[in-house]
Write a protein that binds this ligand. Structure first.
Ligand code: ADP
Ligand code: MG
Length: 249
């Protein structure tokens, strides 16, 4: 507990919510505490991710305990791996289930592509079954068309990264099997819930919640305007809020 307090002080972490887990001090802590897949750890090291950043120290345990999360940390502070590392581990934990398990929503194609590239590095040589590599889909126009034309199986991907409109289109076409979906991530949540995008994000939420899934939700952004906090409270169950650095609004 003292270590946690010192660690939080060192990076000006402000964490609120019920039953907040202790942060990690190193990626190796994830092996003892959460039985992190060894391959996942070696992929981190191979990519020179040796020490977790503050937002990673806090958000990895919260997410691995399957808690809802609202995370705010400055641009460039490693928010992408904050959601990818636990998601990949949770997908590995769910490996007996077929099809889509995690959905990442990003406001722009460029960002979606960056997340995809980082996820490819992280999942290198990770298999869910004998000959079944963990499959990640970037929902491009052509991939979306393949789903809709049933050229590819609606259970092919374990994780899909998408912009809002592509996803809405696919959900409306009922071209994606959502039965095993458990993790919903909004990256750049301040943008996804601003005037331009809020209707799209609301449609996604209503299309998905119509399926009555037990979903873990998380939002990541560089700022937390007050309306995002209200949205988080209404969408999430006992969320933990993590703010690294100063709160902006
Ligand atoms: P954010 O989304 O918070 O703006 P990113 O997730 O895009 O930040 O990360 C910024 C950069 O930091 C990326 O190049 C990423 O690969 C790198 N990075 C992330 N986590 C670590 C880490 N633990 N150690 C070293 N570099 C990291
Ligand atoms: Mg980012």
């Amino acid at each position: 507990a003292e270590e946690a307090t010192a660690l939080r002080k060192s990076y000006k972490g402000n964490i609120s919510g019920e039953d907040i887990p202790f942060p990690i001090g190193s990626f190796e802590d994830l092996i003892t505490r959460f039985n992190l897949d060894k391959r996942l750890l070696s992929n981190l090291i191979d990519n020179h991710f040796t020490e977790p950043t503050p937002i990673q120290c806090e958000s990895l345990p919260i997410t691995l305990y399957d808690r809802d999360l609202l995370a705010c940390a400055p641009t460039g502070s490693g928010k992408t791996l904050s959601f990818l590392i636990p998601l990949v581990q949770q997908v590995i934990n769910q490996k007996e289930k077929e099809g889509l398990k995690g959905l990442i929503i990003s406001p722009t194609k460029e960002l979606a592509n960056q997340i995809y590239m980082e996820c490819i590095k992280l999942t290198n040589r990770i298999f869910l079954g004998k000959k079944k590599p963990l499959q990640i889909g970037l929902l491009s126009r052509s991939l979306s068309a393949k789903f809709k034309n049933r050229v590819i199986n609606d259970k092919k991907y374990d994780i899909i990264i998408t912009t809002p409109l592509r996803l809405i289109d696919l959900l409306n076409a009922e071209a994606l099997d959502l039965n095993n979906l458990r993790h919903l991530i909004f990256d750049e949540a301040d943008k996804l819930f601003d005037k331009t995008f809020v209707e799209q994000s609301d449609s996604i939420l209503s299309l998905i919640s119509a399926k009555n899934l037990k979903l873990r939700k998380s939002m990541y952004s560089a700022t937390i305007p007050s309306h995002i906090e209200d949205i988080a409270k209404s969408l999430m169950l006992d969320p933990v809020r993590v703010i690294i650095g100063h709160k902006e609004s």
